[in-house]
Design a protein around this ligand. Structure first.
Ligand code: CTP
Ligand code: MG
Length: 218
């Protein structure tokens, strides 16, 4: 059985909300509650641990810990509070409230024979690499490019190895833990996921999430 770590300790500076982003109201619930509901409805998840802003309370039935300065600090704080017998470890951003139990199951199934499986959607825009002066260096082959999301699922051994063997500077810079697994020589598989599983970063994303959630039929 799996343990889910939900990172919800960010400030949400780019959203510009008054309080922490995970607690912004979204269609009648705090944003983080949408992810918790999806995880609770998954029979594959045994425990849910949240990394929270200082002073916030964990939703009923979940373990809450105070998050850290970076996203990865928050992941590590949640991992330290999780039951150590549960494997694999699923990591999810509270900023992705459109996650579903179906996607959770697909990413967990994707862990078959690899160290890490991650939700991702195919890149649909033509994508170019530029230098610091905005001059184009090259056009990337879009057919091989993926926009990475969460949930991300890890074998406990691979996550432990990646966290304990990566240099501290690299860990602080990493925007996800799959990157650390890649760099430590582990295998990472992308699991096709809907672009609808968006990350709420800006006010535009929040509007889109409101619209998409309001159209959902339960
Ligand atoms: N996160 C966290 N602890 C941190 C930083 C981020 O738990 N120290 C979490 C956020 O709560 C979010 C996820 O990591 O669920 C992805 O981060 P991001 O979208 O960047 O959220 P924020 O850091 O809150 O936003 P911003 O960067 O705009 O301040
Ligand atoms: Mg951030």
């Amino acid at each position: 059985m799996a343990v889910a770590l939900v990172v919800a300790a960010g400030q949400g500076e780019r959203l510009g909300s008054r309080g922490p982003k995970a607690f912004v109201q979204l269609n009648g619930r705090a944003m983080v509650e949408w992810s918790i509901a999806a995880l609770r409805s998954s029979p594959l998840i045994e425990q849910i641990v949240l990394a929270l802003p200082a002073g916030a309370t964990a939703p009923a039935g979940c373990i809450g810990v105070t998050g850290g300065v970076t996203r990865n600090d928050s992941v590590q704080a949640a991992l330290a509070a999780a039951r150590s017998d549960l494997d694999p470890v699923l990591i999810h951003d509270a900023a992705r409230p459109l996650v579903t139990a179906a996607l959770i199951a697909e990413v967990l199934a994707g862990l078959d024979g690899v160290d890490c499986a991650i939700a991702a959607s195919p890149v649909t825009d033509t994508t170019k690499e530029c230098d610091g002066d905005h001059l184009v260096l090259r056009t990337l082959d879009r057919s091989r490019l993926w926009r990475v999301q969460t949930p991300q699922v890890f074998t406990r051994a691979a996550l432990r190895q990646a966290l304990s063997h990566s240099p501290p500077g690299e860990i602080a810079q990493a925007t996800d833990e799959a990157m650390l697994v890649e760099r430590s020589g582990g295998t990472v598989r992308v699991v096709p996921a809907p672009a609808e599983n968006l990350k709420v970063t800006t006010p535009l994303d929040l509007n889109l999430a409101e619209l998409l959630l309001s159209r959902r039929v339960d």
